[in-house]
Write a new protein. Structure first.
Length: 80
């Protein structure tokens, strides 16, 4: 999926998509954006992460679960 497709999905999926601001596609593997005042990263593996000053936001448990799911998705594509 390319960044154009990611942006299209965001606009269709997010309620209040008119509040998507500061879209950055300078990295081909992710889209960074602000939605409703919070910064997010939409990665090439289809995960959206909340960021603050470049750091992941959320409880330790939610970050851990998110990263484990992300890695299992990556590995399932490598080792089908």
């Amino acid at each position: 999926m390319n960044n154009g497709e990611r942006i299209e999905i965001l606009i269709r999926a997010l309620p209040y998509s008119s509040q998507i601001k500061n879209i950055d596609v300078s990295d081909a593997n992710m889209v960074t954006f602000t939605w409703r005042g919070t910064d997010y990263v939409y990665s090439n593996v289809g995960f959206i992460e909340e960021r603050s000053g470049g750091l992941l936001m959320g409880s330790d448990k939610s970050i851990l679960i998110d990263k484990l799911i992300e890695q299992s998705k990556i590995l399932s594509n490598v080792y089908p």
